[in-house]
Design a protein around this ligand. Structure first.
Ligand code: C5P
Length: 308
């Protein structure tokens, strides 16, 4: 028997530190100006040699994730196979750490990890830039999951420029067991903004505060244009934001299209108390402390097992 190979790749979830939205383009996508920060919540994808593409999912919120060809990681493997002309397959074992349908791009992280894992498993040898192009075909947030760290995104959010951020930022995340659908949140934004809206710019002071590693400055400029739409669909999100306001957190916003709410702590040592208060308020299904920036999709290990 030949030895079997597997490749383990890890990719991060993200917070939108700022998310500015303009009116939908002809293709239905909304032009964005956003600052992403990858955080220390990860999706782990192990790609094992197989005849065809298949997938299993375990971990946080796994019961809500499809395991057929509609899964974004499956589609990533398929796209890479088609783009490179390989007839190899892969069994993808996904372990979720990022909340499902939480506004933190967990599905996009799966897709980014699957692209890199299959590229290594199949020896298709694409450059990071080529993987980035395939990532953008899969979804607006997939390129950022590949690059990680802190970045400004424009276009659909997929045209990235790395941003400088000094030090580490400590975030407290309040999760909700009710998912929100991104297209629905954008439709609610459309209903709230019937007149044409040009996409606002990212505030230069936010970029300065990130470079300076100044959480107070960052907190003053946390902004999410999708927040009123997310709260219109899930009014209890306001209770979560209000609960954070009663703590030492500097500011709290809905992350991306929600429903995760992210609050910035001034210092790492403040985070446990903030988290305990919000957990006790009973407004969230789970409260987690994470930090950012985190690395983008990367190889954890590559294993060759001897069948004997
Ligand atoms: O690209 P992705 O599949 O992640 O986007 C999901 C949906 O979110 C899109 O089909 C669209 O309805 C909405 N969206 C948008 N504008 C963006 C990103 C996403 O309208 N910039």
């Amino acid at each position: 028997m030949t030895p079997s190979r597997s490749v383990h790749v890890r990719a991060p979830g993200k917070i939108n530190v700022a998310l500015r939205v303009g009116s939908a383009r002809a293709d239905g996508y909304h032009p964005l100006a956003t600052v992403f920060q990858a955080v220390t919540l990860y999706e782990d994808v192990v790609a094992e040699e197989a005849e065809t593409i298949s997938l299993t999912v375990t971990g946080r919120g796994a019961d809500r994730v499809p395991t057929d060809s509609s899964n974004l990681a499956w589609r990533a493997a398929r796209l890479l196979a088609d783009a490179t002309g390989t007839d190899a397959g892969a069994h993808l074992r996904i372990t979720k750490g990022v909340p499902t349908a939480g506004g933190m791009a967990g599905g996009s992280a799966d897709a980014a990890a699957a692209l890199l894992a299959c590229d290594l498993l199949w020896h298709t040898g694409l450059a990071r830039e080529e993987l980035g192009e395939l990532a953008a075909e899969l979804g607006a947030d997939v390129p950022f999951a590949l690059t990680g760290q802190t970045a400004v995104g424009v276009g659909r959010g997929d045209v990235l420029t790395p941003a400088l951020a000094r030090g580490r930022f400590t975030w407290v995340l309040a999760l909700s067991d009710q998912g929100l659908s991104t297209p629905e949140v954008f439709r609610a934004w459309d209903a709230q903004n019937p007149d044409p809206v040009p996409v606002p710019e990212i505030d230069a002071e936010l970029m300065h505060a990130l470079v300076a590693g100044d959480p107070h400055g960052v907190a003053r400029h946390l902004v999410n244009d999708l927040q009123p739409a997310a709260i219109a669909l899930l009014p209890t999100l306001q209770d979560v934001v209000d609960a954070f306001e009663e703590t030492a957190a500097l500011a709290a916003i809905v992350s991306g299209s929600g429903p995760t709410v992210a609050a910035l702590a001034a210092r790492p040592e403040d985070a446990a108390e903030i988290a305990a208060y919000v957990a006790a308020a009973g407004v969230a299904s789970d409260v987690l402390v994470v930090s950012g920036p985190a690395l983008g999709a990367r190889l954890v290990e590559s294993v060759v097992s001897d069948p004997d």
